[in-house]
Design a protein around this ligand. Structure first.
Ligand code: GTQ
Ligand code: FE2
Length: 332
């Protein structure tokens, strides 16, 4: 494009750029992910969680959280391009104070029970395998009233909220907070609905117990590749649980490889039970209970279970991509 050097210089003086010399890098033929699949083994995480529990006191931390930070996004604590995952631990007797933020979040319990998250005043018990939602701008606090530590996976739409320049955070005193919060948030339309073959009803609009997911999976017949998949749905509209976060439970048949696909949406997978292997792009990931790995967008993926009970919890941005009309899924 040397012929246009004079013109390009003149354009630059007026804050203008030519499109013709960069068209194919701005509008690529297909997505060109900057991240790659990455995994955190429970084995490696556990001693670090134990150290954080020991060394970080709740008086110093709004939340005792370890962020799953993909080096591709450094220095930002992002796990995939639109999703942040994290691990949170609460000891018996500990309490994480109420606050609310525009960033939407969810919790998937990995270990323990006896903790409670209050969401806009509604108590949601936290037991292993449960999913709890804290929608954008909903008040939430966590307390462990049980007798053992509770560890959960936090999923957040933080990268998106940053990109959209829409982060707000507010604190409040605890006294009387629960009662007021319940009355305050009257605009919420979420209601549980009846069970269908693929949708999971919430016991409260914010709480999806493990047993209801298991029951929904039991009701499904296997797909051609042996897998069964349930989408956690918003009781009010049957869509994704939150506008920006869309969750699935995937149960695999032992020794059967799932049909390969790639999608413009990304996922963070938490191993809910069993063990197996996933191939994501060029990477082969062997996994067992509580391991976490990413499925970046536009990477081919297959799963294969080694045990009968293998199940993945998948947090994705699929509903978001779908709403934007950017969702594309290809099958092999
Ligand atoms: O538990 O409220 O992992 O506000 C990040 C931000 C958890 C929480 C996170 C949060 C929370
Ligand atoms: Fe929070």
């Amino acid at each position: 494009m040397n012929e246009y050097t004079d013109l390009v210089d003149a354009l630059a003086q007026s804050n203008l750029l030519p499109l013709w010399d960069r068209y194919m890098t701005l509008l690529t033929r297909e997505p060109n992910p900057s991240d790659w699949p990455i995994n955190w083994s429970w084995e490696a995480l556990q001693p670090l969680i134990a150290r954080a529990t020991e060394e970080v006191c709740m008086a110093d931390a709004e939340r005792r959280v370890l962020l799953l930070a993909h080096p591709a996004f450094s220095p930002h604590p992002y796990t995939t391009s639109n999703l942040t995952g994290a691990l949170q631990v609460l000891q018996p007797g500990e309490h994480a104070e109420p606050h609310r933020h525009t960033v939407a979040a969810l919790r998937f319990v990995m270990e323990g029970d006896g903790a409670t998250t209050w969401v806009d005043g509604q108590p949601c018990e936290m037991a292993e395998g449960d999913l709890i939602l804290t929608p954008s701008w909903s008040w939430h606090e966590h307390a462990n009233e049980g007798d053992r530590r509770v560890i959960w996976f936090d999923g957040l739409d933080l990268p998106l909220a940053h990109h959209l320049r829409s982060v707000f955070l507010e604190f409040r005193q605890r006294s009387g907070a629960l009662e007021r919060a319940t009355k305050e948030r009257t605009g919420d339309q979420r209601q549980p609905t009846s069970l269908t073959s693929v949708d999971v009803p919430a016991s409260t609009p914010f709480h999806y117990p493990r047993a209801s997911i298991a029951a929904a999976l039991d009701e499904l017949s296997r797909r051609a590749d042996g897998s069964r998949e349930v989408r956690y749905t918003n009781g009010a509209n049957g869509g994704p649980v939150l506008p920006t976060l869309d969750c699935y439970a995937l149960r695999l048949q032992s020794q059967v490889t799932t049909r390969a696909y790639r999608s413009t949406s990304s996922a963070i997978a938490v191993v809910a039970q069993g063990c197996g292997t996933s191939c994501v792009g060029d990477k082969t990931i062997n996994w067992k209970k509580n391991d976490i790995f990413t499925i970046p967008h536009w990477h081919w993926v297959t799963h294969r279970a080694e045990t009968d009970d293998a199940q993945l919890f998948l947090m994705t941005d699929r509903g978001l991509l779908d709403a934007m009309e950017y969702l594309r899924i290809e099958y092999e």
